[in-house]
Design a protein around this ligand. Sequence first.
Ligand code: NAD
Ligand code: IPM
Ligand code: MN
Length: 346
Amino acid sequence: SRDIRLAVIPGDGIGTEVVTEALKVLEAVGTKIEATHYDLGAARYHRTGETLPDSVLEELRGYDAILLGAVGDPSVPPGILERDLLLRLRFTFDHYVNLRPVKLFPGVETPLADTRPEDIDMIVIREGTEGLYAGTGGVMRAGTPHEIATQESLNTAHGVERVVRYAFAKAQSRPRKKLTLVHKTNVLTYAGDLWQRTVNRVAEEFPEVTTDYAHIDAASMYFVSQPERFDVVVTDNLFGDIITDLGAAIAGGIGLAASGNINPDRTAPSMFEPVHGSAPDIAGQGKADPTATILSAAMLLDHLGRHAEAAKIEQAVSEDILERLSGWASRTTHEIGDDITARVSS
Ligand code: NAD
Ligand code: IPM
Ligand code: MN
């Protein structure tokens, strides 16, 4: 098969460190990759004032996929890189499915008592292009004691239906065939009603899938007290953001949590990145776990139909994790990358 044309955006902080390791693993697994690095993030912003020039955005559209480390830096006001770089990519390339597996690998320590790998095996499908991330709203009487800040949640019938339909299809393909809508229909009545009605309607097309509902507050509790309740979770952009950090925590930590920003219609490249951010507190120290990014690279291969290579990486990670039981905390970012690279090469 032909080479994968990959755009790489290492970004800020530990983003560059973890992406280096993921690229090493991709190369070692035998995937022919033509990678082009894009210098976007805090450094570029300070140097030129640019976040994501239009010409770069259009160039990125031409790739098979994008691998991103993380963006965000304490030297840049919050929101600039996050909105104008990361969210702009997700919105422009119509990444309406943000796929975030929450899976406890054998041998990984979870903070939950008496919890086995089979108890935490779900996939969160987070809507990626709408909701409170839409950026609508504004400020009136700014800077006065009477300032009013509104931030609106945008939910369209089209946007909700397409992600809900994807989630049902995903549930249908899994052994348990269970879909849970997570929202806050008891308070967010306009948006919640649209989500619930959409789930009810699409459910009729998937008679084998069991549907369930939980409010976001209760769902957060169940993630900790009864994670086995969940198989496929579908939720809006902000709830999905929050609950997947919680998911990462119960499944062994943010250093293991992978994600894919998927454009299922393949009208633009999908983008793969760890769930975590640029972790300024540990950046440059070789302390970051690159596993989340390596697993995101496996999701990338899977998306491009390279299923055998994806499975090989997952297997290598799973074996590497088992070995962590003895003294894993002492390995550096490079060492973890090297160990997983060695496993996929053999
Ligand atoms: P964070 O995920 O960067 O860090 C949270 C905590 O987890 C920190 O203590 C960090 O050290 C730890 N951590 C994160 N990744 C780790 C890894 N691979 N190995 C070991 N420990 C790890 O979240 P934050 O501190 O809230 O945000 C920092 C910056 O990152 C902000 O600018 C934020 O906007 C940005 N951010 C970007 C993305 C992204 O690019 N997708 C995601 C989340 C946050
Ligand atoms: C994530 C991050 C982003 C989000 C931020 C950095 C915009 O937290 O990928 O989970 O909120 O989606
Ligand atoms: Mn997040």
